[in-house]
Design a protein around this ligand. Structure first.
Ligand SMILES: C[S@@+](CC[C@H](N)C(=O)[O-])C[C@H]1O[C@@H](n2cnc3c(N)ncnc32)[C@H](O)[C@@H]1O
Length: 253
């Protein structure tokens, strides 16, 4: 696992992006994710890839009874821990190694799954930490956005640098992509929409809702460049429910 968020140069770039609100988190991804959620009041919540703990603090303010944030980055968790409220706890961990002997009502993950190589294992691990009937809400970079990263993807531009169209390339070639984001060699993993959905179903989940959001109308009025996010979907969000395992029919004695 790369753990790029503990790379000092990357971390400083990401911290700046989040501090000045220039990313898509507050204007697009967070409102969409929150619109998917069941009631948090009284629920136990695990956030995998919690980063600075934004969602954990939101869950705390929304009345969650217990909140566990898990992330592989010491630097990200350091910030989360500094701001932690009494019901929040933060642990080093990842989708691949979730050492949690507890079951939650709700699992959440924002923009972390595209860093995970083995999504099958990741979804199985989430199923292990959810109560039967529990919900899993997550976002990741949209496969239309990840497919060409580091290769022939991205915007097709005209001679004057105007964006003509988004190139979708190598969509069915799943696997590692390397790109420059603050530093060279940032590793993400591309998977098709069908793989993501089918792996969820194989791990015991039912798909309840799917979103491919653009920015909120209020944000689009303030930042016109956000209208561009309507041209191709930057993120995919899914709300899934863990199916209760059916009991074997009782055999009459
Ligand atoms: C884009 S940040 C998002 C942070 C936070 N969820 C948010 O929305 O503000 C991605 C986070 O995923 C974490 N991450 C990277 N690889 C991961 C993995 N294999 N399992 C869990 N989290 C991972 C990173 O350390 C980082 O904190």
């Amino acid at each position: 696992m790369q753990n790029i968020y503990d790379n000092q140069e990357f971390y400083e770039g990401y911290e700046r992006l989040r501090a000045n609100g220039a990313g898509l988190n507050e204007v697009l991804e967070q409102p969409a994710l929150r619109s998917l959620l069941p009631s948090i009041q009284g629920a136990s919540v695990i956030d995998i890839g919690c980063g600075f703990g934004d969602f954990c603090r939101f869950a705390s303010a929304s009345g969650a009874s217990r909140i566990l944030g898990v992330d592989p980055s010491e630097k990200m968790l350091g910030v989360a821990r500094d701001q932690a409220k009494p019901r929040e706890q933060y642990l080093i961990g990842s989708f691949e190694s979730l050492s949690v002997n507890e079951r939650f009502d709700l699992a959440v993950s924002s923009l972390a799954l595209h860093y995970v190589k083995d999504i099958r294992k990741a979804f199985q691990n989430v199923a292990q930490v959810l109560k039967p009937g529990g919900a899993f809400a997550f976002s990741l970079e949209h496969p239309i956005a990840t497919c060409g990263q580091g290769g022939n993807g991205g915007w097709l531009k005209d001679r004057d640098g105007r964006k003509v169209a988004w190139k979708v390339d190598s969509y069915s070639n799943e696997g590692m992509r390397q790109s420059h984001w603050f530093v060279d060699g940032v590793i993400k993993y591309h998977r098709t929409v069908s793989t993501i959905i089918n792996e969820l179903v194989d791990a015991g989940f039912r798909i309840d809702r799917v979103l491919e959001p653009h920015a909120t109308p209020e944000a689009e009025v303030k930042r016109l460049e956000l209208l561009e996010e309507r041209r191709r979907p930057p993120f995919l969000l899914i709300l899934a429910g863990l199916q209760a395992v059916e009991q074997a029919d009782a055999v009459d004695a």
